[in-house]
Ligand binder design. Structure first.
Ligand SMILES: [Zn+2]
Length: 188
């Protein structure tokens, strides 16, 4: 598969990205933040392209997204900067959830892009759509349900304004993994 080259705006060494609560994230973002993001390490790039392939997304279109690493308080998010679609992933999350969990988180953020969730904050059901998409992608990429569930330690047990509680998210992950053909239902 052709690897997308970063646009000029995503310079080789990194780029400053402004994010706020309108960016769908693993955990709620508070206020506006400026963060320094660098092109993702190779392993995260491979995870990303495996997931794109598994979900049969179009290269250069649906897959025209740049995975980047940034220190954003053990969070991950989907955003757009100067028209470029980005996934920001805090590499320190990998110590909490392992490689499978990292892949699941990237799949979840890819789901937010695919489902068109950017800018629609404040609706917890969007998180369940992204979870379902992500679990379907993990299944189609040949990963186990346990691998998809390895994000559990970082999901909060209680629901918040922006995120459902852990129980609802576990159900969405299970549903997506068991019925991966429903992973793209968010666009219906
Ligand atoms: Zn999310």
């Amino acid at each position: 598969m052709a690897v997308a080259l970063p646009p000029a705006a995503v310079a080789e060494n990194g780029v400053e990205v402004t994010v706020d609560e309108t960016a769908p994230a693993m955990h709620m973002l508070i206020g506006k933040q400026r963060v320094w993001a660098t092109p993702a390490f190779e392993d995260y790039m491979y995870m990303f392209f495996d997931l794109c392939d598994a979900m049969e997304l179009q290269v250069g279109e649906e897959c025209q997204i740049y995975p980047m690493n940034a220190e954003i308080g053990l969070n991950a998010l989907a955003t757009v900067q100067d028209g470029n679609r980005l996934i920001l992933y805090d590499r320190r999350l990998s110590a909490e959830v392992g490689g499978d969990g990292a892949q699941m988180i990237i799949a979840h953020e890819l789901g937010h892009h695919y489902c068109g969730h950017l800018g629609k904050h404040g609706d917890a059901s969007l998180e369940l759509e992204a979870d379902r998409f992500a679990a379907a992608a993990m299944k189609k990429a040949g990963l186990s349900l346990d691998a998809a569930m390895s994000v559990l330690p970082i999901l909060s047990e209680r629901p918040s304004k922006s995120h459902p509680g852990r129980e609802a998210r576990v159900a969405a992950i299970k549903a997506g993994w068991e019925n991966p053909e429903t992973g793209k239902d968010c666009r219906k």
